[in-house]
Each structure stands twice: as C-alpha cells, then as structure tokens.
Design a protein around this ligand. Structure first.
Ligand code: PLP
Length: 394
C-alpha cells in the first residue's frame, strides 16, 4: 500500500493483531491471564519498561490492544485504555486525574451513574462540581470555571433530551483556561462525531451501546494524547478495570461493521422522526438532524449524521406514555440502547426516576417523553408498531 493512508473506516476493518503461525484470517481469541518470558533478562527489561510486550492481562492483551488501536485511528487519538464498562472508563478518568480540592464543570444533562459519581462519590473525596445547563451561553460556561477546575465534562447529544453542546466553543474555552475537555461520545460513536477535532483532550465511550451494537457485552474506552493516557493507564493497570479478552474480541469485530450500521441507524432514525412529526398523537419529536431541532445547524457542523436516538413526547402525559409502552408489540421495552433491535424507554419512570420532577424538567424529561433507540429493522415496521400503539393508547 506504499504511503497511502487508509480512511478510519478501512482502518477499523483492516487493523488486526499480528497473524500467528497458523495463518488465520480472523483474529483468534487470546484467553490467557499471563505471558511467558523469553529469559531472565527479558523479564527484567519488561518490568523496567525498557522493552514493550505482554506481561499480564490486567495490563495488556492482544485482543484488547487491537480494539484500542482501531478506536484510536477512528477518533484521531494517540493512545487509549480499554475498560470493562463505560462507567469504568468514566470513573478511571476522573479518579486518575482529580485530586482532593479539584473542581469539575459538567453539563447538567448527564448519564445517571456519572451524576451519581459526581454527587455521591467524588463529593466525599473533596472534589466539587458545578452543573451548567445545556442551553447556557459561552459566558455561563466561562463563569462556572474556577482556578481549581481541572475537567470540563459533557455528553452531546444528551440522554434522553437530545440537547447538543458546541464542542468547538467548549474546546476554545478549555484551551484558554487550561481545563481538560472530556467528552462522553457514546451516543454518536467515532464514526459520527470526533470530539478531538474540536479540541477535546479526552474522549470516553461506553462500548456497550452502538460499538457492540448487538446488545451482547459490556465495554468501555478512554482515548486521548499519549501524555494524558499515560496518567490514566497507570491508574487503570493498578486498580484493575480491565476489559476482558472475550469482550474485546467481540467489540473489535463489531468495529468492522460500525460505519454501515451507524449509516442504517441514522437513516432509519431520520425516517422514523419525520414520520412521527406529523402524528396527531405526538406533541414533539426531537432528533438532531430534523430541521425543527433547535440546534439543527450545530448538529450539521459537528455530526456526520443524527445518530440512532429519537425522543418523542406523547400527548396525554405520564398515563398515556405508560399505556403506549405496554401497547408496543415489535419494539422491545428495555433500558439499553444501540442494539440492532429498536428499543423504547420511558425515562421519567425508569432511568431518571430518582431525579426530582424539577430536575427532570430542567433537562427536558417530561412525563410523556419516550426515548427510542432505532434499530436496523425495516423502518416501516417500526413506524407501524409505534403508530398502532399510539392509536390503541388514546
Ligand atoms: C450507557 C452509558 C454509559 C455507561 O456505560 P456502561 O457500559 O453501561 O457502563 C455512560 N454514558 C452514556 C452516555 C451511556 O449511554
């Protein structure tokens, strides 16, 4: 291939662990806890970090390394650490980089367990945080930053309100103020949005969602510059949130089909959102690539497509929303997202039930809001199921 640099989509398919003497085409599963040394001198050099190589699977494993190498190429990151889940990635990042007395600025609309970490765990360790509303101005974000602010943490689009944050603006603020912009990129995957291009220093993933894409395994990843990742890698190696070889093998295979799957998720989601927009039973449809989304222009600037998540607010509030969920026949009722199968969730009575009504309102979670993770089925069947369930729940 001489000096031709392949695209990230090709890299996700063609990057592989080194072929063994068996000449296999598909990468084998390296189920091994440890590795043998060539000699006493080799063992000494490995431990002294004078040479690179596998020692023990809490530190490295060929399947895990392959998965991370692919993700780095797709995100435009220098280095990364794979973790057992998305939450392990978020926890390890915060715990490795923050000390007592440090401060975190975060968008208010956060994944529930991330909110728990900030409010219940890190608060006990002398780490404070300030939440900023998704629709805040540049001045609001700047005002939230203190001298001791170390990390600015966001998810975009948010879950389940689908509010967008301007990554270029936040990247600029963080560069000026010396704050580490950290982005949970789980909803979009590196195929649809690459936060590092806009100034993010660290990108986090729950690989459990669209990266697996088939609802099978948990996994997570932390990606960034070699210097930042070195700090986190040392923390992770010594605390043990390692991704299993089996899950890495599954997830690395999944990355080979990520681009085609995300294209179909996004095309289906846009068709679904357009169809529901004209429904007399629906108050509002939110999808980043609908012209009616309040941040449509921003979505076009920082995302390649709108992703697989659509939120609708049904007329009739809480009772109607629950009747609607129970009337679905094809669509699964489950808290997960990013599966081949379309999933419906009622956030206000499930994933976000621990928030107060006021907190829910402030992040756009109304009692009638239903979140859909649009799958890879024929979208007409999905639209039919929703239309029928809306009628029978009137
Ligand atoms: C699911 C999710 C997580 C947590 O990931 P796990 O793999 O379940 O630990 C974090 N952030 C977002 C946005 C998620 O959707």
């Amino acid at each position: 291939m001489s000096d031709w640099k392949v695209s990230p989509e090709t890299a996700a398919i063609r990057t592989q662990a080194e072929r063994t003497s068996q000449r296999e085409h598909s990468v084998p599963l390296y189920l091994t806890s440890s590795y043998v040394f060539d000699s006493a001198e080799h063992a000494r050099a490995l431990f002294a970090e004078e040479v690179e190589g596998n020692v023990y699977s809490r530190y490295s494993n060929p399947n895990v390394d392959e998965f991370i190498r692919k993700l780095c190429l797709m995100e435009g990151a220098e280095a990364g650490v794979a973790t057992a889940s998305g939450m392990a990635a978020i926890f390890a990042t915060f715990a490795a980089l923050l000390s007592s007395g440090d401060h975190v600025v975060a968008s208010r609309a956060l994944f529930g367990s991330t909110h728990h970490l900030l409010t219940r765990v890190f608060s006990r360790w002398g780490i404070e945080h300030t939440y900023v509303d998704a629709d805040a101005s540049r001045a609001d974000w700047e005002a939230a930053i203190r001298p001791e602010t170390k990390i600015l943490f966001v998810e975009t689009p948010s879950n389940p309100g689908l509010a967008l944050l301007d990554l270029e603006m936040l990247g600029g603020i963080c560069r000026e103020r010396g704050v580490i912009l950290t982005v949970d990129n789980c909803f979009t995957t590196p195929y649809l949005q690459q936060p590092i291009r806009f100034g993010a220093e660290i990108v986090l993933h729950s690989a459990t969602k669209f990266i697996d894409g088939q609802g099978r395994v948990l996994g997570g990843a932390i990606l960034g510059s070699e210097a930042r990742i070195a700090e986190i890698r040392s923390f992770a190696r010594n605390t043990g949130p390692s991704l299993s070889a089996f899950n890495a093998w599954v997830l690395s295979k999944s990355l080979e089909t990520l681009a085609v799957r995300m294209d179909r998720h996004a095309a289906n989601a846009l068709d679904f959102a357009r169809a529901l927009e004209s429904s007399p039973d629906v108050e509002r449809v939110l999808y980043p690539f609908l012209e009616s989304h309040p941040q449509y222009e921003l979505a076009r600037r920082q995302m390649k497509a709108g992703g697989g998540i659509v939120a609708i607010t049904v007329k009739g509030g809480l009772d109607r929303a629950r009747r609607f969920i129970d009337s679905l026949e094809l669509i699964s009722h489950s808290p997960n997202l990013g599966d081949t199968r379309t999933i419906a969730t009622h956030p206000s009575s499930t994933t976000h039930s621990k928030l107060t009504e006021e907190e829910r309102q402030s992040v756009g979670i109304f009692p009638g809001l239903i979140r859909f993770s649009i799958g890879l089925e024929d979208v007409n069947d999905v639209i039919h199921d929703v239309t029928r369930a809306l009628e029978s729940s009137r």
